[in-house]
Design a protein. Sequence first.
Length: 254
Amino acid sequence: MAEHSFPEVQGGGSLILAWQVRNKRILVVGGGEVAAGRILNVLNADAKVTVVSPRAGLNPEVAHRIERGQVTYHDRKFEPSDLDDADMVLTAVDDPEASSQIWRLCKERRIPANIADVPPECDFYFGSVHRDGPLQIMVSTNGNGPKLANIVRRQIAANLPENIGDAIKKVGMLRRKLRKVAPAIEEGPKRMQWMSKVCESWSLEDLVEMDEQDMERLLGFYKPGIVPSFEEIRLGDESGVWRFDGSFGWSVVC
Ligand SMILES: C[C@@]1(CC(=O)O)C2=NC(=C\c3[nH]c(c(CCC(=O)O)c3CC(=O)O)Cc3[nH]c(c(CC(=O)O)c3CCC(=O)O)/C=C3\N/C(=C\2)[C@@H](CCC(=O)O)[C@]3(C)CC(=O)O)/[C@H]1CCC(=O)O
Ligand SMILES: NC(=O)c1ccc[n+]([C@@H]2O[C@H](COP(=O)([O-])OP(=O)(O)OC[C@H]3O[C@@H](n4cnc5c(N)ncnc54)[C@H](O)[C@@H]3O)[C@@H](O)[C@H]2O)c1
């Protein structure tokens, strides 16, 4: 029997996920610079954010979010009842005792929490995030060097294709249309194979250029399992691809 080679387990890492917090209630305790960063992160993920922090200690960015009504605000120190309707808690206060009390209460109530500055009291760490439309890249050094996470993130971002976010947007549109054209669960493998071929064979520029009409035309080739090139799609009737004879493109086993 052939010897399999499976990945080695490398313990000591984090489970990096894309946590869906849309409309989840997130409590941020503290209104300083660190809180400002946390608030932006969770607003970018469409959470419902409540901030508890005395007005005197508010950072200008946090004050701006409050003024704009982007968050619900309580002008006072933390009280245990603040946890009553929280799905997640983020603390960023300059008071270690208050931090630890909040952590203990969160544990009792099984609410996931991030306590800034106290890694052993964090259920999850934040990371350094690059965002370009639907694309998000997070770098974590697992508590070893947050500043280095920032530096690595910027280096990665500088080396990305300029139009990657727009290309991903277009692929998202095409996938949603494809699921309308071929909604059956049994079609999953064929859908996935066809989408993979589109992503592999079209350049990012092609994907960015692709308009609604191109998408409709391209989707016309899903049934026979073919992926014409962008040029063939744009040329339309002149390209010959519209009179498909099975001699080009990729065939997908149905
Ligand atoms: C990535 C980022 C995300 C964010 O916060 O959103 C983030 N810290 C950032 C910046 C930053 N933080 C600190 C400095 C000063 C320089 C330095 O110390 O290096 C700088 C640099 C700066 O400010 O530019 C100080 C610091 N941070 C922590 C401690 C406690 C400790 O280590 O014990 C101390 C020491 C306090 C002290 O010594 O007193 C702990 C954590 N900070 C984390 C995340 C988690 C681990 C992430 C990872 O390892 O990858 C973790 C474990 C928990 C958490 O907070 O979730 C964000 C960069 C975002 C960006 O700019 O892109
Ligand atoms: N993890 C990280 O990435 C990171 C980076 C830098 C600093 N820190 C740490 O995070 C903490 C916050 O940093 P900062 O620069 O935002 O501090 P800051 O002093 O600017 O802000 C602290 C905020 O907490 C509020 N506050 C204090 N006690 C409170 C309570 N009981 N209830 C509600 N609000 C309360 C204050 O009013 C203020 O708005 C500090 O402990 C700092 O050392 C963490």
